[in-house]
Design a binder for this molecule. Structure first.
Ligand code: TRH
Length: 382
């Protein structure tokens, strides 16, 4: 019997909530023969991230897309929905009360999991998989993605790294991809993708790169950093495909890509600036040096998360490389001007490129998040 899954996705802001849920839903359906429904409360954002899964957002739902039933999470909650075997409440979104009530009265109650935010902090391993008793006698389990085997792991589709490595070995595949997004690489330039939040220090970093001795070709997908980049270029607006030059920096704006194409962009670039959660993970699977713009939180609590990741990520680096990387990531995330040597910021260097691949390989031996969820359910049932 196929296991049924309901994934509840409340889109708080940006694209990460939709990005994580959609990726996971498709993987469960494609690789684990699961019957998956995804309940989404903001179809416009979801549409963008899912590459147009519901193109006409007003069209009738539910609809089967990539093996997943896409539903609108509407209020009031429809009375006739029977809960699934496994219920994923993502990022602490609150499930409809009627649905929770129905979970409790199933013959075998649903397994209720709260899929948490990603963090490398130490306490995560201790809390992963812990139950919390709810008012209706159901248990809710905290499920933490993470970077070690005591956590639920990271989202990683079957064969992803093999596809990535083949792509990176094939000059023609890389060239064809760039052509498909109307980018012609500037000869001799380091290719960089820039997907981050607004940053008061952006212009100081771009100044340093443009005055440095390396050449950069920076690709900027549509998003929150675009106005800052336009301001640095002295442009009120931008045109896709046009190459804007300033000193040693060439900049091109590109449309928001499908998740698959965004992966290829990361694989193609020598250096990636990523943010939030999902693009941060995909940059690690790309095996290329990167800079993480962490999602800013109140009272700078995000800096604790940043330090936790840095201490794992830099563990295999030499003292100097570690100090440089930590200084740059911390400065970027604190909105400070680029530390000295900023012109080489995105170069990475051979050593950093090797480190990024080693890090990816070390994570590869971990169970992926979808598999961990499936195993958790199997253990719970038995
Ligand atoms: O967009 P993000 O900042 O998202 C989130 C949310 O803010 C969320 O509330 C918060 O909890 C979380 O960060 C930490 O960054 P993220 O997570 O990287 O999500 C971006 C998604 O967009 C990811 O799935 C990749 C995808 N993407 C594309 O599909 N195409 C693109 O061209 C780009 C640039 C991104």
């Amino acid at each position: 019997m196929r296991t049924s899954w309901d994934i509840f996705c409340h889109i708080v802001d940006n694209y990460g909530d939709a990005g994580v849920c959609w990726r996971l839903a498709r993987q469960l359906a494609a690789e684990y023969d699961a019957d998956v429904r995804i309940w989404v409360d903001d179809l416009t954002t979801f549409n963008l991230v899912s590459g147009g899964a519901c193109l006409d957002v007003s069209a009738e739902l539910p609809r089967l897309v990539d093996g997943v039933w896409l539903h609108l999470w509407s209020t009031p909650w429809p009375a006739n929905v029977l809960p699934a075997d496994v219920v994923l409440e993502t990022f602490a979104c609150e499930l409809p009360a009627d649905y929770v009530g129905a979970m409790a009265v199933r013959e075998l109650p649903s397994l209720w999991l709260n899929l948490e935010y990603l963090s490398a902090e130490e306490w995560v391993s201790a809390c992963h998989g812990l139950p919390s008793l709810q008012a209706n006698s159901l248990q809710k389990f905290f499920f933490f993605p993470g970077f070690n085997i005591a956590t639920g792991g990271l989202l990683r589709e079957a064969g992803l790294l093999q596809r990535r490595r083949e792509f990176q070995r094939s000059a023609s595949a890389r060239a064809m991809f760039l052509e498909s997004i109307a980018v012609s690489a500037v000869p001799g330039a380091r290719l960089v993708s820039l997907f981050c939040y607004e940053n008061p220090a952006l212009s100081s970093w771009l100044n340093a790169m443009s005055a440095g001795d390396l050449t950069y070709h920076i690709l900027v997908p549509e998003g929150r950093v675009v106005p800052g980049v336009c301001a640095w270029l002295g442009q009120d607006a931008f045109k896709f495909a046009r190459v804007y030059r300033q000193g040693n920096v060439a900049i091109q704006f590109i449309p928001f890509l499908s998740q698959c194409d965004y992966d290829r962009l990361l694989w193609n670039c020598d250096f990636n600036v990523v943010r939030g959660e999902d693009s941060f993970v995909r940059a690690q699977w790309a095996g290329r040096p990167f800079l993480w713009h962490i999602y800013p939180q109140q009272d700078n609590t995000h800096l604790i998360k940043l330090d936790a990741f840095l201490s794992s990520y830099t563990a295999g680096l030499g003292v100097d490389e570690k100090a440089t990387l930590v200084a740059r990531w911390t400065a970027w995330n604190s909105g400070q001007i680029t530390p000295s040597g900023g012109g080489k910021l995105f170069a990475g260097g051979v050593q950093m490129a090797g480190h990024a691949e080693d890090w990816c390989t070390s994570l590869e031996s971990q169970k992926n998040l979808a598999q961990s969820l499936v195993d958790f359910y199997q253990n719970w049932v038995s």
